[in-house]
Design a binder for this molecule. Sequence first.
Ligand code: BTN
Length: 323
Amino acid sequence: MTVRERIVDLFRSNPGVYLSGEQISRELGCSRTAVWKHIESLRQDGFQFEAVTRKGYRLTEEPDKLRKAHIEEALQTRFMGRHIEVREEVESTMNEAHRLVAEGAEEGTLIFAEEQTSGRGRMGRHWHSPKGKGIWMSLILKPRVPVYFVPQLTLLTAVALCRAIRKVCGIDIGIKWPNDLLVKGRKVSGILLEMSGEDERLKYVIIGVGITANLTEADFPEDLKPVATSLALESGAPVRREAMIAAFLNELEQLYDLYLENGFAPIRIMWEAMSVSLNCPIRVKTSQETVEGRADSLDDSGALTVITDDGRKVKIYSGDVEL
Ligand code: BTN
């Protein structure tokens, strides 16, 4: 541990207590000037200290940095999130996750970043990932299923995320096919799956999840403002990110076990119950065409069946839905 980390640690183990510069310097074996310098630099990074003459410093607030230990305390899983890597800034947690797999990471390993400089979304889009405000994470899974089952895993993830958000924030949230999570029609979360397979066998899949947990109105670029919102804006309270991540992993592991044992059918029923796009008039843009009609149902592969205005049944495997 660095001196700076030890100072923070000392304040954390003495909550609400004033510690004098002299006490701290004695405890850590450094000069009082060094203590003062570290406290000033901690202040710059968002730590708040109250300083009282002859009493010393008291830590009153810490920046909202994600702490692994807080996630671990709330985890009820066997393997999901049992190994977590936290980074300050990365290009994309997807790249980091692929790298971790190459280094031999186990199933259930999670990588979280406070900021992504090149976050990516579906269809090659950019994913806006400002520092400290959201949940930007990727999870490594290695299910023994054929590669063409991957769309089912996307839908399964959406169900787990929806359940976790309902539990932690108590807000009404729904899924727009295949994997956008919407509150009052605006997006709060997206899911991106990337996989590696050989022949038909899936080697691993990376589940990327972005949640606009604590973004303020000003944190969204102009083009996103009409279509996106954050959980904090919608629920009126800041989101405890650690609690949200743990809740998601707890839900996901349960559903994943259910899926591996009983197949997609039970997940499909849950997905359909949470869907905001089924039975609605929709327009779907695929890479080949635009289909207009009514979203009818999901099939066993996770594809969306649309009944067009002239009565045709069209299966959509990938595309963008407009409601
Ligand atoms: C989408 O709705 O288009 C999917 C968005 C997925 C964003 C997440 S944020 C964490 C992970 N890293 C990325 O670069 N993308 C995913």
